[in-house]
Design a protein around this ligand. Sequence first.
Ligand SMILES: [Zn+2]
Length: 113
Amino acid sequence: MHELSIVQSMLDICEKRSGGNQISKIVVKIGKMSGIEPHFLKESFDIFKEDTLCSDALMQINLVDIKIRCNECDKESLVENYDFHCPNCKSSNTTQIAGQEMYIEYIELKDSQ
Ligand SMILES: [Zn+2]
């Protein structure tokens, strides 16, 4: 039920940023390691958006791939199948640099054509 509180705070942010205007679209970035289920997030959003400025808004989710930087050879690479070893030198001494984020990329207002 993590997604519910996220949706709640997203709606708060939307209301603040929109300046009281109706919102037509909200674009969200979600890292694949953020622990957030995009499907649940969308569902929660559709339930909670009723009676808010987002009531007609669509949610678009952009997934962010997991990325690591190797502390041995300094190479950045995408993580596949949750294997956090460096594909270049096989070291396990890596730092995750993307894939845990969760934020609103932008919102579109209804009459901002
Ligand atoms: Zn490496």
